[in-house]
Design a protein around this ligand. Structure first.
Ligand code: PLP
Length: 400
């Protein structure tokens, strides 16, 4: 058989996708599975987005789009950055692609040479390290301890930067921990980055609108204008507007970087679906009150699950202020045996036994670069969360 490329040898299949697949397989066998592994909102896409896509299709907006995004969409993104982030980008400093994921992919492909390093505060979203490897770079994790709210200490970031460092990747609110950076914390990281002028900084703000407890969202380019020439501000419509399937991400950044990324875009996609672009204009320019209404529902779910987890011996969980994830510490269960007779030596053992014995799907912390934890997504109905918590409690009670 012909060979598969070497560049794929170190790239893993995402563990959350693998767990979701396991859940699908069990469901297909008729098992009542509680899926707490997926990273997508359970709300519908707003009606006005669907109407705008339909109108665009009816109007014949079905031909090749401009690769970087339609003028209408880039103008709507320009307004969004100004409105929400006090950031002014010229239209040619704005780029769109098939999801924030493709934006990040294009940024790495456009900038990394073999051996270049990318500093990633960890635990982190599964894809960062794999995208970096795919593009020929080397991920350099910086451990973010639970006692520091899973956020990196500026001194640790400083120590991780070498002459080979090309990027620092930041993500607040964070997947998988839900941690949110304060303005002061970003300023302190900014101080470090001012001392390393050869390093770009990517801020992945995809969970910007999923914030609780009256916390304010800040992004690095906004709080430290001296870094504007080196910061790529990444966002998208997936999480905020429940549009994961429409595939639209966007970014604002310095022109030379955006131009290079645009070159990658022309070769790997040819632009985002025209109907998606029309729908995105509708949500970015449309009423924003649905964001606060949905955030209130997420907050209620977060509080419920946190309260339930607090009652379960063997688990404890830091209180996140954003996104829709809990990163639960299960260290106290390591070394125990489940009711079904499975030895729990790691968070992966825990997550697998939880699926097998109680049919609750979560993702092991190892997949995000930190053990022993598991990630639980509360982007599902209160009824499913109740059942899920009941089953997790029963599972932990059975561990001896
Ligand atoms: N960034 C983070 C931190 C994520 O968790 C995800 C999705 O899970 C993405 C980016 C991908 O977003 P998109 O759907 O826009 O590609």
């Amino acid at each position: 058989m012909p060979d598969i490329a070497d560049r794929l040898k170190n790239v893993a299949v995402s563990a959350s996708v693998a767990m979701t697949q396991k859940a699908r397989d069990l469901t297909a066998r008729g098992v009542d599975v509680v899926g707490l592994s997926t990273g997508e909102p359970d709300f519908p896409t707003p009606e006005h987005a669907i109407e705008a896509a339909y109108a665009a299709a009816r109007a014949g907006d079905t031909r090749y789009p401009p690769t970087d995004g339609t003028p209408a969409l880039r103008a709507a993104i320009q307004r969004k950055f100004l409105r929400d982030n006090e950031l002014h980008y010229e239209i040619n400093q704005i780029l769109t692609a098939g999801g924030a994921k493709q934006i990040i992919f294009n940024a790495m492909m456009a900038t990394l040479n073999p051996g270049d390093e990318v500093v990633i505060p960890t635990p982190s979203w599964i894809s960062y390290a794999d995208i970096v490897k795919f593009a020929g770079g080397t991920p350099v994790p910086v451990a973010c301890r639970e006692e520091n709210g899973f956020k990196p200490l500026p001194a640790d970031v400083d120590a991780a930067i070498t002459t080979k460092t090309k990027w620092l990747l930041l993500n607040y609110p964070s997947n998988p921990t839900g941690s949110v950076a304060t303005r002061d914390e970003l300023l302190a990281l900014g101080e470090v980055m001012l001392r390393h002028p050869q390093v770009w900084v990517l801020t992945d703000d995809i969970y910007e609108h999923l914030l609780y407890d009256d916390v304010t969202f800040w992004t690095l380019a906004q709080v430290e204008p001296r870094l504007r020439e080196r910061v790529l501000t990444v966002n998208g419509v997936s999480k905020a507007y429940s549009m994961t399937g429409w595939r639209l991400g966007f970014c604002g950044g310095p022109l030379p970087l955006i131009t290079a990324m645009s070159n990658v875009n022309t070769q790997n996609s040819g632009g985002v679906t025209t109907l998606t672009q029309a729908a995105a204009v509708a949500v970015l320019d449309g009423p924003q009150d649905l964001l606060t209404a949905r955030a209130a529902i997420y907050r209620e779910r977060r509080d419920y699950v946190l309260a339930r987890l607090a009652e379960i011996p063997g688990l404890h969980c830091h209180r996140p202020q954003g996104a829709f994830y809990l990163f639960v510490n299960m260290a106290a269960l390591i070394g125990k045996t489940s009711a079904g007779g499975r030895a729990i030596h790691s968070d992966t053992d825990f997550v697998l036994a939880l699926i097998e014995e109680q049919h609750v799907v979560t993702v092991q912390g190892a997949a995000y670069g930190m053990s022993p934890y598991f990630r639980l997504s509360y982007a599902t109905s209160m009824e499913r969360l109740q059942t899920g918590c009941d089953r997790i409690a029963a599972f932990c009670a059975g561990c001896q």
